[in-house]
Design a protein around this ligand. Sequence first.
Ligand code: GLN
Length: 466
Amino acid sequence: TQYFLDRIEAGKQWNAYLDVNAHLSLEQAFKADKLISAGKAGKLTGIPVAHKDVFVTRGWKSTAASKILAGYQSPFDATVVSNLGIPDENNPHGAGMVCLGKTNMDEFAMGSSNENSAYGPVLNPWNAAYVAGGSSGGSAAAVAAGLAPIATGTDTGGSIRQPAAFCGLTGIKPSYGRVSRYGMIAYASSLDQAGPMGKSAEDCALVLSAMSSHDQRDSTSLADSGEDYGRYLNQSWQEASTNPTKPLEGLRIGLPKEFFADGLASDVAKSVNEAAKTLEGLGAKLVEVSLPKTKLSIPVYYVLAPAEASSNLSRFDGVRYGHRASEYKDLGDMYQKSRTEGFGAEVRRRILIGTYVLCHGYYDAYYLQAQKIRRIIAADFQAAFKECDVILGPVAPDVAWRLGEKSKDPVQMYLEDIYTLSTNLAGLPAMSAPCGFNANNLPIGMQLIGNYFSEARLLQVAHQYQ
Ligand code: GLN
């Protein structure tokens, strides 16, 4: 813990952390030490972890990188935080990990480059002129720069997978409902899902197993979420397989033709195709599949996510949480001023879009249509999974871009999410794993998508590849 705290102190230039409290971290480390000496250690006891600032934590500030929550201290821990944290009488099943602090992110997880944080952008540790990706950019940069061994993230439309890809990491967004959303500051509740970001599929499997659990405090939490996601890591795809050089024999990998079409950078296409060949060499069979509505995932997501956000963010009214304007005429004026001052430009844009599509008269034309297409997108995946076990494609159309390059044009930024949004709309598990570098030495990520509850299988494929 001290080692990482020193690294964090020396690595401030990445702007990866929003709140660090060495005293609290060391206090947890001492408790973990005691557990280890008492022979009560689990696999993760004493290992430090950084939490995205979207998870509320006792002791550390929780702001979701927004000015409206500046200085906010939560009286309780998010379930993700307590599941991973030091066990005590109120939290008997805590995994014993030590919290290193809270990582920077796009404000309320809205963004794809971590330039929407009220506390400044995160820089990519591979090249400081480039973005780290978003919205979990702080978690990605922290792990990539060696300021944490592993970190938590959330993924509403790609926010674990894309920054992991941009920073050369492995990250997994599990099936919707696997990880409790209790204490996770809500963006779009029907899409939000938490997961780990680390250096390998093995690390992610360990941490995901500790993160996920059934939670009565989240009505969408699955009844049987507790499982060992690492159980297949060192096994062959088929239990009966006898060829040790072909561990993936029997696995059908689907390459969606819409993921390799116009708009995909040629160096990214090349790396992902090479990864496909490597997996083929391990015994997998490559098949072409189709996800015909891929392009529609952008308009559908950017109607539904803002709609849910506009409702979720109504709780930030200047009364209950965070920032309140210092001068106002009456209650309405106080709400308006507090929210205008507290929310950043992208958050305000989404609240406006969301409120608009939910308005009487527009609801049928936008929100309802989007919900219908969401269903079709989910059905397309089920059709593809008749022909393959796992889908492989790029995480994003390109590698990390230069800071400022896309921040003037929100639509440009939204288009970058094309390969990640549809899995959230369908609720499917998906992960990102590094598969190469471009000519500028920027990391390239590949994406593996599985059917519901196949996380352990996705991690197996990534582990065999790694
Ligand atoms: N880039 C997407 C957005 O801005 C996804 C963000 C996320 O997954 N939290 O909404």
